[in-house]
Write a protein that binds this ligand. Sequence first.
Ligand code: ADP
Ligand code: MG
Length: 667
Amino acid sequence: MQQEDFVECLKGIGEKTAKTFAKLGIFTVRDLLHHYPRDYELFSPPVPIGALKEGSLAAIEAGITACAEVKRVGERVVVSCNVRDASGLIHLTWFNQAYLKNVLKRGIHYIFRGKVVRRGNTLVMDQPKLYKREEYRKLLCVLQPIYSLTAGLTNHTLQKAIDQTLCMVEFPEDYLPKRVVKENRLIARKAALREIHFPKAKDTMIEARRRIVFDEFFVFAVRMRQLKENRRKEKNHFHFCQTNGCEAFLENLPYQLTPGQEKAIEEIRRDMAGEYVMNRLIQGDVGSGKTVLAEYALLLTATNGAQGCIMAPTEVLARQHYEAMKRAFAPFGVRVLLLVGSMTAKQKKEAYAQIAAHEADVIVGTHALIQEKVNYQKLALVVTDEQHRFGVRQRDSLAGKGEDVHVLVMSATPIPRTLAIVLYGDLDVSVIKELPAERLPIKNCVVDTSYRPTAFHFIAKQVADGRQAYVICPMVQESEEVEAENVLDYTERLQRELPENIVVRALHGKMKAAEKNDRMERFASGEIQVLVSTTVVEVGVNVPNASVMMIEDAERFGLAQLHQLRGRVGRGAYQSYCIFVNGSQDEKSRERLEIMNRSNDGFYIAGEDLKLRGPGDVFGVRQSGELQFELADIYRDAEILAAANVAVGSLSLEEYEQICTKIEKFF
Ligand code: ADP
Ligand code: MG
């Protein structure tokens, strides 16, 4: 059996089971092997009945005291019986397993394993599984895999199918050079797959995991190297020279560029005039001023007679860029066009026509830009803003809209350097280290809910001084399950508690796009002074006049997210404030929020967040699809990532080429 064979080739897997497998994305036996356990279960020795605790999952070894009873309760058949050991007696029940009546005979001993629950005054075991003593002994103290399932599929079926596959499938020779295997002390791939599904012990499972994670990173790094080499070879057909328009644009900026911005502009200018196309990442913390760099590149493109586009992750942000660029580019006769999902079919059709006829020079939009119907006449530059919200693939499909186009991506994700090198391995990197000089550092405070009246008073004072404020709530409306502040009720309350002349409005994801845009625009223009919002304002939005950010139930957010939210203020010359309201009594939450209090530095916060929360979606990178690994976790496994990257870098050209072909067969 080969890895590419379909699961139907396994014994006991017919068309029907294959269909349920397909629901989990499992088609071939390789997919099956890559369906890693989501957890493991440890079977522990049986305990005396007298020692059972409510709520626990436990095993007992006991004898049946009388034949099982069968009752009908509504639609269901309930089988029950009493069992006893030296320490006591317990009642067991099963639903819809009538056949058990013939199994549960008086005097027979079994090991029963199930959840202990309280019914009335007594403890019972619900739906326990039955094992013969010998059978249970084999399971004892071995980690049993637990898989993600779907309706109609049991853990047992999956286990059996995977076990069968492991016995029958032929693996090609290891794709990794022996040297790499040895240097990294890796176990064989085949052994690793067996161990990850059916580990003999915890430490062998960890070794197995390390091998598989290494493979995932290694393959990723190889693919990035391929991407990089392909890109390198792309000749630049768009040699853009500095134009009068660009000179004027830079001269007339209302501020002095920071050294980081200056350097990035220089790099962009050199790239776009160079021999090969530009592939550049701009990395800079929130508020470091990345937009102006995109504007420069777009203007350079447009004034050289070609088209450029910029993709933003949300419509709110796309519209904001659109308005800003329309204004900024008007003096140079550059035509800016908006393309977003909420436009009517007719509006979109018109936009497509203008793009195709090169009646638009700069196109600003969302995912709508990578729709099939969009055809550019002379696309030379694509920019993605907030790249971490997109996947590598989306970046690529936007670039695919033109031939050998310049690529500029912007990201504020404070990721570790080792990761950035791999993740953006195909890009040159410009880092903006500093914030604009005249920025006053944001003043922070962490408070509890009793501080609210003071906070409202403060907001009123700031508004009286001409400033604006955001208040963030985790929920849109009241919910029975979650006790947290919600935008709708909060807006009403705030309108009541603040002086009447202050305009308070709500903004949230459930609103129609047009309504959202309208609210956002009215906030940007100063007509709305206090915006009560969910995290929809989190990415990129720029209202420099806003000076207060108040975050309710702040403990519910990740630190990186809080940092992004805080980044909405302190974007102008005014002293800004961020108020983190801790809605819980929890000491841990307070400790975590104190990190925000201590520092305004995204990198520092990211590091601390990692230490506290451990692995996981610290920056939402995993959710965003930027990096979709099956088992690997870019934070927890950062060391393996670095090792895999070093290994890929150490390959000789010959080894590298061999590996590229082998990988295709192997994975
Ligand atoms: P981000 O890097 O988060 O995308 P923006 O590009 O939106 O930041 O810039 C934030 C704000 O800072 C904007 O109002 C912008 O006009 C302003 N800004 C950008 N560069 C400078 C600078 N060198 N000096 C002062 N203000 C600047
Ligand atoms: Mg931005």
